[in-house]
Design a protein around this ligand. Sequence first.
Ligand code: GLC
Length: 606
Amino acid sequence: MSGANSRRSERRAHEQSGRASDGREASMTGGAGEHQWWKDAVVYQVYPQSFQDSDGDGVGDLQGVIDRVDYIDDLGVDAVWLNPVYESPQHDNGYDISDYRAIDDRYGNMADWERLRDELHERDVRLIMDLVVNHTSDQHEWFQRSRREEGAYADYYHWVEGSPDERPNNWESAFGGPAWSWDDEREAWYLHLFDESQPDLNWRNPEVRAAVREMMQWWLDRGIDGFRMDVINFISKPAGYPDGAPELGMSGAEHFFNGPRVHEYLSELCEEVLADDEILAVGETPGVSVDDAKRYVGRDGDGLSMVFQFEHVTFDHGDSKWDAGDPDLVEFKQILAKWQTGLADDGWNSLYLNNHDQPRALSRFGNDEEYRRKSAKLLGTLTHTLGGTPFVFQGEALGMTNAPFESRDAIRDVEALNYVESAVDDPDGHADSYADVREAIETVSRDNARTPMQWSDDEHAGFTDGEPWIDVNPNYETVNLERARSDPDSVFHYYRELIDLRERDVLVDGDFELLAPDHPSLFAYTRTLEREDENPERALVVLNFDDEPTAFAVPDGVTVDGLELALTNDDAPVVPGRSLDLGPWEARVYLTSRPTTARTADQPDQ
Ligand code: GLC
């Protein structure tokens, strides 16, 4: 058994023995009252296209992931969420699926997928697949038959008859432009909330719902451990497709974000295929509030395990995501604190700052130059010490940063390409040339997250022997795994420690309290886990989001006695005083020693 494997087992053993006595179980879960594995877990997200290429075509593939399974295992994570690898014309990097039951050639074949599943499972790492069922590709057989109005398929998508000159309503696509396209074959409009090659499925049709359930069951029967459910709160659209209020950003959003029948559809799905609480079902749900989230994951909710909310990564956007501001720490804290307390007794949080749709959090919330390593560690400390399930995106544990996109030829993402086209080429666009939008691309484009994994300082960062499908970030010569492994002070080694820390119950289940909410540069909080017949387990986390040193006076109500330093990215004292002097981007985690009975609480755990 490898080191990471035994660390994971320790966490699980803890889970089985320790939880029964804390008396919180019933309130900790929206479901059956068990402490499911995914509550103690850390999930690692693999974006296969950019992870590791094994055959020199410049595109990552499943064999590449297999070749790197030991790295994933070594981090100590419990599960992998694999972005879509299904057959797809790749207009939206696999989120346009043409066959749910086949692996795209670029990634390999079903035998490769099965080997990956087995390699992960052998290491006690679970596998979560991406589920994209708000829409399919227009190349999917269902859409092909639907556009020909073949029998039951006719009603599989949202079709509206009418004149090709008059769109059914003013809804907009998330990728820019109208959400309706005219189909010459059927002579009708079809709805696509994303690219025109991604028609939305009609969930009003019970046959569509049954077909989705059958497909999900097919994957569960192949031994997967859960689903990450793409834009799952978009699946219900109101009858009659009413116009959206244009001033609300993506026009129509108020009608299809958490649409009228979404809970009915999801609870049906959860009952029929996701009833087993051990299946991790994480819904991607843009635009959800805490109350909305409870309806998805709470005790009386639909049955999802957790959702990805977006408030903490979109709060600084102006009229559109391309108009991102400088994130204000006070607001950022308020949002995360609201989610922490809002779901404390009813529901469960996901914890993330990075994914394949976000720019690198390090470049956005940290200092990716002078304090690259320190601020990367600080951000990791945040996501691993809040309540919920941490998700680590590939490259995050190396401290990868946003990348330069010097010309528009370097851009690959459909959303970014549409944006540049509308800003530069459209006579009504606000930009004269690419130079005017370059900063926006380099600050918020999804391509920032999608540059290849930086494994070494070999050519193309060891990602491929061929020409990578997207340029490697030029900082790979210094930011790469090989170097990080040999440096005990690297972000990589720090993440391993962070992931190990999740073995502490207080970080998983402890109540959250935000300290100094108005402090402009410090993010500080406590976590407290009451235990029957035992002293409470406590954590104090202090993070300095600043290039300048900052002093923190621990508020009166917070006990520092009994706390000891568990992790820091600097040289912090082992025992905290009442005043803490933090260096730039310093992060500290103080914990009480492992739970002991009240009688022996003074003695350190051996
Ligand atoms: C989700 C995915 C994103 C994709 C979109 C459409 O937001 O994470 O990558 O483009 O859905 O499927």
